[in-house]
Design a protein around this ligand. Structure first.
Ligand code: GLN
Length: 428
């Protein structure tokens, strides 16, 4: 059988292809020369499958899509406090190259507009790096996200640098507020190099999938950035990634995203996939016209909006019954599915409503496939309170979904591999 996914992507591309509205970025002469007909889209799953259609191996410059990744490197290298002291996380609702800083602190409002991105570039790597070493930290970091060594388009870089007056103005303003502490020209030079890194749509999808996969590149297996950094970056992408179109995007597409003026667009759906599209004509916000249409379609067709409520899980309590008789009776509460806070709350309520009179109570986790930290702590607290109420508590946990269960102060649980073992212990 042929996979249905590339066929679906091909169909989506054909649907948006006739739309030739918008213009390639004009303010960087070399970008204006891009072939406006290019069109591609790629899905990369968090377990490393890559599907695509169209121009997926054509290289183009990453431009602003480098911003979330460089912000991630700065957070990983310098820590949250240092970075947050210099770059805010408030959506500005302004154009990407707006010359504006927070009135009181002089901080750029967020790392997705140029002011914040130029600052984030200056914070990548340790403070002692030379400008060239900093650029290498950034290109090396972007390469780790992509899973291959990326190169730079020197021609686009030189073309942008020649007309970088606006970014230079921003950088000088940042220097005057001591947000930048080095020579503004050197930092704009490094930032422009960062924007000139060449990527394909395939690379961008893998980079997005690395964010979707808790910071682990699904192809190389490398943990590129720590998990708390991923959460920070995805949050900022979802509120600020599409500049002054961020609100429309959040409601209509609902996938943390970032666009670049060369026509690239990425979206990262936590735990599921990274998506990338490429089409150079831009709308008035500087976002790819056909890229936005593709994302709208993907989100609607596949229910990818992050605020989409998942279908109701099957009841967490599968059975609640008594095995054995009289003083050998044991109450078995069998749970199922993935257990997070809401499901664990349901279990707490079940135990309270049942108010077991049996001396032995077992929580059967055989059919539970995941349990998060809060749910684990809640179930162990249930076990502890049952012990304090005089019950003998068992966990049926053949796959050690709760390894080394410790209910704490006064609690005690006995782990068994299956219900038969429990019944044996009853009759013996
Ligand atoms: N290098 C571009 C700039 O700084 C990036 C802007 C963008 O992609 N939105 O102007």
């Amino acid at each position: 059988m042929r996979s249905i996914i590339p066929d679906y992507v091909t169909e989506a591309l054909a649907e948006v292809a006739p739309d030739i509205s918008g213009e390639p970025a004009g303010y960087i002469p070399e970008l204006a020369a891009a072939d406006p007909e290019r069109l591609g889209a790629v899905f990369a799953t968090v377990d490393g499958e890559v599907y695509g259609a169209g121009d997926i191996d054509t290289e183009f410059t990453i431009q602003s899509i480098s911003k979330p990744f460089t912000y991630a490197l700065a957070l990983a290298d310098r820590g949250f406090d240092t970075v947050l002291a210099k770059v805010g996380v408030e959506p500005s609702g302004e154009a990407f190259n707006e010359i504006s800083l927070e009135g009181d602190t002089g901080r750029p409002r967020n790392p997705m507009i140029n002011a914040g991105a130029i600052t984030a570039h200056s914070l990548a790597g340790s403070a002692e790096l030379t400008p060239a070493e900093r650029v290498e930290r950034v290109v090396g970091g972007l390469s780790a996200f992509a899973g291959r060594r990326l190169t730079m388009d020197e021609v686009v870089c030189a073309s942008e640098l020649k007309y970088a007056h606006r970014n230079l103005a921003i950088a000088h303003m940042l220097r005057s507020h001591n947000i930048l502490t080095e020579d503004p020209r050197t930092i704009v030079d490094g930032y422009t190099r960062q924007c000139s890194v060449l990527v394909t749509t395939r690379d961008l999808a893998v980079m997005a999938a690395t964010l979707a996969n808790r910071g682990i590149n699904p192809l190389s297996g490398e943990q590129v950035i720590p998990e708390p950094v991923v959460r920070q970056v995805l949050s900022v992408m979802s509120t600020c990634g599409m500049y002054d179109a961020a609100g429309d995007w959040a409601t209509q597409v609902g996938i943390p995203a970032k666009s670049g003026v060369a026509g690239g667009l990425i979206g990262a759906l936590p735990g599921q996939i990274g998506i990338a599209t490429f089409s150079p004509r831009l709308d008035r916000h500087g976002n790819s016209v056909r890229g936005v249409s593709l994302f709208e379609r993907f989100s609607a067709d596949m229910g990818l909006h992050v605020m989409e409520v998942p279908p109701a899980a099957r009841a967490v309590v599968r059975f609640d019954h008594v095995v054995g008789r009289a003083k050998n009776a044991i109450r078995v509460i069998q749970l199922q599915g993935g257990i997070g806070f809401a499901a664990a709350e349901r279990v707490v309520r079940e135990v309270m409503d049942t108010a077991p009179t049996e001396a032995r109570v077992a929580l059967d986790l055989t059919m539970v496939y995941s349990i998060d930290d809060v749910a684990r702590r809640m179930l162990l607290e249930v076990a502890r309170r049952l012990t304090l109420d005089g019950h003998e508590v068992y966990l049926v946990d053949p796959e050690s979904i709760i390894p080394d269960p410790d209910p704490g102060d006064g609690g005690r649980v006995t782990v068994v591999g299956n219900v038969e073992q429990l019944e044996l212990s009853v009759s013996s």
